[in-house]
Write a protein that binds this ligand. Structure first.
Ligand code: BGC
Length: 416
């Protein structure tokens, strides 16, 4: 056995089909209020036709950046994003208070929203049905916000900044991606529709039949309800000693799966693999010191492994090959896990629509998904999806919709 295999990072030992079954089981449990997946129902309706001749404010609060815009749906229903304003996510570069947090949001937002308007608010963090932030992910430092109503507090902050009486329709970024996928081409000809994000964080959404969401008997029966799975919390999967060491070092007790696949974590996880290898005597003393001196980011390690930046880790070509051989399996595992995640939501979506074969349309968003370069990431996800879903009668169509979070927020704002 090799070093990685001995430490439980062994792609060949992963039974992808069994993991897919475990994922589906855990999703089912979450619909009943149990297990590791929050499966949060959204109160938004799926678009049932094009939205025309209307302009709405949209706000996208993501892992690293925040953006506001006016989104105009023309007479054909096609959207245009106008007057884009940008800023950094408050709390992503040091601690902020409640007041600072909302002031930073309002600085980016107020130009694009008028008193009395309905605002679509795409908020890429776990928020319950009452608008309360459950906990932060992606390392955001703004403790005062946890447990508070981020929907009402935004409306209040807008009022304090001179924009009174706004109604805020909040939605997760995966739900925004899901709405954008429905709006893009309808769903009639699809077996299933999925919103998937793999960027700084990771998560999945699909629409479930209300009667299957047993923890919420109050939902309108006979409808399809968008579900924010918070799939980054999936916990029933084999972890390597590196995952465990990384969790021990700075884990939050949430997001075990997300820590194996998303951009906020792959760099640190990779650093833990390199440190393990250094401690096992597999790296030269110079490189050992260097991997113990700091944590590398996902972008640095991906660039190094893709041969785009040699200066991330100074080492001779032979040792650079060793480093790549140690790190590439993490990216390969992330591609497999992403596929399992998408497949589970796709199958659940098709089941909710009563379909047993056909095309599953996935709106995938996020830089880790589209920009990882050290392996052909998207192709790899597609290969895994074909292997997982082909035998069950499904194919997958992966869409890349520009500005999906803003667009989804605008669809939520414009919905009747
Ligand atoms: C958050 C999700 C979000 C995902 C993708 C995760 O860290 O918990 O709510 O959808 O990142 O942005």
């Amino acid at each position: 056995m090799g070093f990685l295999q001995d430490n439980g990072l062994d792609l060949k030992a992963i039974d992808a089909q069994a993991l897919l079954d475990a994922f589906l089981k855990e999703m089912e449990k979450g619909l009943g209020g149990e297990g590791s997946l929050p499966m949060i129902p959204s109160d938004l309706h799926l678009p049932d036709g094009p939205i025309r001749d209307v302009e709405v404010p949209a706000f996208d609060v993501g892992g690293t950046n925040i953006r506001s815009a006016r989104v105009r749906f023309g007479s054909s229903g096609s959207p245009t994003v106008e007057n884009l304003r940008r800023g950094f996510m408050p709390g992503s570069r040091g601690h902020v208070t409640h007041a600072e947090f909302y002031q930073i949001l309002c600085n980016v937002l107020t130009d694009n929203v008028r008193p009395g308007e309905t605002l679509g608010y795409c908020f890429s963090y776990p928020v319950d049905e009452n608008g309360r932030l459950l906990y932060w992910t992606k390392g955001i430092q703004a403790d005062d916000i946890v447990g508070t109503d981020v929907r009402d507090d935004l409306a209040e902050a807008l009022a304090a900044n001179g924009v009174a009486d706004c109604r805020v329709r909040i939605l997760n970024d995966t739900v925004a991606a899901l709405l954008a996928a429905y709006a893009h081409a309808g769903a009639e000809e699809c077996a299933g529709v999925v919103g998937f994000i793999l960027g700084t964080g990771s998560n999945t959404a699909y629409a479930e039949r209300a009667d299957r969401i047993t923890k919420r008997p109050d939902l309108p029966q006979g409808t399809l309800v968008p579900i924010n799975c918070e799939s980054g919390n999936f916990s029933v999967f084999p972890r390597s000693t590196f995952d465990e060491a990384y969790e021990r070092a700075n884990g939050t007790g949430h997001g075990f799966w997300e820590r194996c696949i998303s951009g906020a974590h792959l760099g640190e996880l990779g650093t833990f693999v390199l440190r393990g290898a250094a401690d096992a005597g597999l790296l030269s003393p110079g490189l050992r010191d260097s991997v113990h001196s700091r944590c590398f980011s996902n972008i640095e390690l991906d660039d190094f492994c893709a041969g785009r930046r040699d200066d991330v880790l100074f080492c001779a070509p032979g040792e650079a090959r060793t480093v790549r051989a140690l790190l590439i399996p993490i990216y390969e595992r992330a591609a497999l896990f992403a596929a399992i995640n998408i497949a589970a939501a796709g199958l659940a979506s098709a089941r909710a629509r009563g379909l047993t074969s056909g095309v599953i349309r996935v709106n995938a968003d996020g830089s880790t998904f589209w920009k990882t370069a050290c392996i052909p990431f998207v192709d790899r996800v597609k290969e895994h999806l074909a292997a997982l879903l082909g035998p069950k009668g499904f194919t997958v169509d992966i869409l890349r919709i520009d500005d999906a979070p803003l667009l989804g927020a605008a669809l939520a704002a414009a919905a009747r």
